[in-house]
Design a protein around this ligand. Structure first.
Ligand SMILES: [Zn+2]
Length: 383
């Protein structure tokens, strides 16, 4: 990682806080979770829940490696998952076909939540016009909210997510904010667009806290099972005819455009840096190869115009407006009303200390705010 993260700092050995943080998290979390007992206990715990229901966990599925592998693993471990897919209108054909293949072969039920396109389109456009980097936040939030809503409907307490340390674990806080902040999402829409969002089921702070106290748990299953991305991709394609995408998380055309083009062109943020840094830390890539890869553009100049036209047309924007947006002043979430004082725990010592205590008392489930707590612990160690 480099200074395109304005909050980066380096230790006396020249290692950055992200690499040190990743090492620290892996040491503390992996040691605790990657043994047969931890996995066995987890499976027993989930299997003993919702005994009268047809399912005991929900798995959010996008069609990408991580979520497909979670679903595959859940079935192999004897769990009874309900797959949930949130369709925000931007799915690529590969993503849809991957989901269909794996669901069919595993004989798992699929619940598809289709977001109201008219309202979601306005919301997405409002975020582009907001001048912030947070244009994927509406999707991230509505996926989380849908998973909780579906789980509640079926009496399910466990939601399995695809978070892992094989290819993830480094992401500067300043590169995106708001996935859990519905107040922020609503304010951006209200100030920029003024349209209604009543057909989109966001989750406010109160219902998020309630769901935690109702025992809803989000579990990073892949952290328990020593997930290896490359091997998992091979397994998925052999077993299910699953197809890989190019680039990370490019299952959606909007994500591809936003990460590869918009973030890079407007903010100088290259998300590949975070991804490649994890591969280097894990010993899966040399620094030299990563640096060489970063010399190439994150988007394809051959398809640049076609993709831009597609995005613009679908969001009903004029070319002149898109050009203006690219030039407009960059903003952040602090320019809009939000709940960051409470949610941005990494910057609020009181909130963090409270989270740590709630975790120790086992009032908060594992997985909830673990990252913020780990960051807090690492900073404490630094002095
Ligand atoms: Zn580093």
């Amino acid at each position: 990682m480099d200074t395109t993260d304005p909050e980066i700092y380096f230790d006396e050995l020249g290692n950055c806080n992200h690499c040190n943080q990743l090492e620290h998290e892996k040491k503390t979390i992996l040691r605790k979770l990657q043994n047969q007992t931890a996995l066995k206990n987890l499976i027993t715990e989930i299997s003993n829940s919702n005994l009268n229901g047809k399912y005991n966990c929900v798995v959010g599925i996008s069609g990408g490696t991580d979520s497909c592998f979670v679903l595959h693993s859940a079935v192999k471990l004897g769990l009874k998952p309900l797959a949930v897919h949130v369709d925000n209108g931007w799915n690529s054909e590969v993503a849809v076909s991957n989901i269909e293949k794996i669901i069919k072969k595993l004989d798992v039920d699929l619940h598809t939540e289709v977001l109201d396109w008219a309202q979601f389109k306005n919301l997405q456009r409002a975020f582009l016009r907001s001048g912030t980097k947070d244009c994927e936040v509406p999707t991230d939030h509505l996926i989380r909210a849908s998973l909780v809503a579906v789980a509640k409907k079926y009496g399910i307490k466990y939601s399995l997510n695809g978070r892992n340390y094989s290819t993830e674990g480094i992401m500067p806080v300043s590169w995106s904010y708001g996935a859990i902040d519905w107040k922020y999402i609503k304010s951006v829409n209200k100030i920029i667009d003024g349209s209604r969002l009543d057909k989109l089921n966001g989750m406010n702070l109160f219902s998020q806290i309630t769901s935690v106290f109702q025992g809803m748990k989000s579990i990073s299953l892949l952290i328990y099972i020593d997930f290896d991305k490359e091997k998992s991709m091979e397994l998925l394609s052999e077993k299910y005819g699953w197809q890989a995408y190019t680039g990370k998380h490019y299952e959606s055309l909007y994500t591809k455009w936003y990460q590869g083009y918009y973030l890079f062109k407007k903010f100088g943020v290259d998300k590949r840096k975070a991804h490649l840094s994890v591969l280097i830390c894990n010993g899966n890539m040399s620094r030299e190869r990563a640096l060489a890869e970063l010399k190439t553009l994150p988007y394809d100049i051959k398809t640049e115009q076609i993709e831009n036209d597609y995005i613009k047309t679908k969001l009903e924007m004029r070319q002149s407006e898109v050009d203006e947006l690219m030039q407009a002043e960059n903003k952040t979430y602090v320019d809009y009303p939000n709940n960051s004082l409470f949610l941005n725990g990494a910057k609020n010592k009181l909130v963090l200390d409270t989270l740590v205590i709630l975790r120790q008392l086992k009032i908060l489930p594992s997985g909830f705010a673990d990252r913020a707590i780990a960051q807090h612990a690492a900073k404490k160690q630094d002095g």
